[in-house]
Design a protein around this ligand. Structure first.
Ligand code: HXC
Ligand code: NAP
Length: 294
């Protein structure tokens, strides 16, 4: 099993004077990435629906990280007016916003034919419409104010590219977010706005595991076993990548989606990767069998 390096990758102060909005920043990966942004000197607005959860998270983060300030502003990303209000409030408190990270998501496993129309819409609304709402509200203002050196980072999934059964609303919505990332990377580059995405593999969080691996499924489908590196991701590994992609160090990276999954999706894709299961000692016999057929 490979060993994770969970040290801080960027120099102290790398995000100083950057003001960042992180949707879904009060829990899971959003919270971990927010913590690292604060550690690097950024001010971070964490936003989601549950205000109490956000306030608790902001208090915790402000206690742990002294270099930047964390502010909790609640908002439902499905509602454009709510998003605009959250953005105006964030600007009022911080002056301006430099970076938007679309991280909020909704998801659960289900055979697609069991889904109500509203269930499908709920996921599309949080993931695709929510990312669109935040991108449009923030992007329009940046363009109007002629502000430069702005950046949007979208958190997608590896199945945004491959598709996946049993999470079809999420796969459809994340594919839309990826298309938006690549499209606006070109269209809005002239305004000094970069767009990139990260496609994480399995990074354990309560939000994802409760909905994707409920009950015994956690043991039955140990996700680490699907990964060639034989382990799940550490939050700091993702935070290091996210911090790099929103920082000025990645100023020439635009329209990219970076996969961080230990090789998981490629293992599923490669036609003969199942040969992993063949024990080393069988290969002499197999080689002989193949050669004998000449
Ligand atoms: C079928 C379901 C369902 C389920 C909800 N619904 N759960 N249908 N199977 N398990 C249906 C409901 O019956 C309802 O339809 C509709 O979906 C909306 O449900 P609500 O509970 O009213 O919605 P809401 O309160 O808005 O909550 C949204 C949610 C919830 C998505 C259902 O789970 C949530 O708040 N999630 C946020 C956090 C999250 O999902 N995190 C995981 C991200 S992981 P009807 O027709 O009855 O009205 C991820 C990728 C991970 O994104 C990849 C890992 C490798
Ligand atoms: P999580 O903790 O459940 O995060 C989802 C966040 O979205 C929550 O903070 C939730 O907060 C917020 N949210 C949901 N609906 C919202 C809405 N309508 N408006 C505003 N905020 C909303 O799960 P996570 O694992 O950290 O996921 C974070 C991101 O990583 C997601 O984009 C997910 O798709 C992606 N991802 C995760 C994994 C993984 O292995 N964990 C793998 C690939 C991709 P509220 O409930 O307070 O609104």
């Amino acid at each position: 099993m490979s060993k994770a390096n969970t040290r801080s990758m960027l120099p102290e102060g790398s995000l100083k004077q950057k003001n960042i909005i992180v949707t879904g920043g009060g829990s899971g990966l959003g919270k971990s990435m927010s913590q690292y942004f604060l550690h690097l000197g950024a001010n971070v607005v964490i936003t989601s629906r549950n205000h109490e959860k956000l306030e608790t998270a902001a208090q915790e983060l402000n206690k742990q990280e002294k270099d930047g300030k964390c502010i909790a502003i609640s908002c439902d990303v499905r509602n454009y007016d709510d998003v605009v209000k959250m953005y105006e409030n964030a600007k009022q408190q911080l002056g301006s916003i430099d970076i938007l990270m679309n991280n909020a998501a909704g998801n659960f496993i289900s055979p697609t034919e069991r889904l109500s129309s509203n269930a499908f819409d709920t996921i599309i609304d949080i993931v695709l419409k929510g990312s669109k709402n935040c991108t449009l509200a923030v992007g329009k203002d940046w363009i109007k104010e002629q502000e430069k050196d702005k950046s949007i980072l979208n958190i997608v999934t590896t199945y945004a590219s491959t598709g996946s059964g049993y999470v079809v609303p999420s796969a459809s919505a994340k594919a839309g977010v990826l298309a938006m990332t690549r499209s606006l990377a070109v269209e809005w580059a002239k305004y000094g706005i970069r767009q990139n995405a990260i496609a994480p593999g399995p990074f354990p969080t309560k939000g994802a595991w409760d909905r994707l691996l409920p009950g015994e499924l956690k043991e039955k489908f140990d996700l680490a076993r699907k990964v060639p590196l034989k382990r799940v991701g550490e939050h700091q590994e993702l935070a290091n990548l996210a911090a790099y992609l929103v920082s000025d160090f990645s100023g020439y990276i635009n329209g990219e989606v970076i996969t961080i999954d230990g090789g998981e999706w490629l293992k599923g894709a490669g036609q003969f990767n199942m040969l992993e299961e063949i024990p080393q000692e069988m290969w002499d016999m197999l080689e002989e069998m193949i050669k004998s057929k000449k």
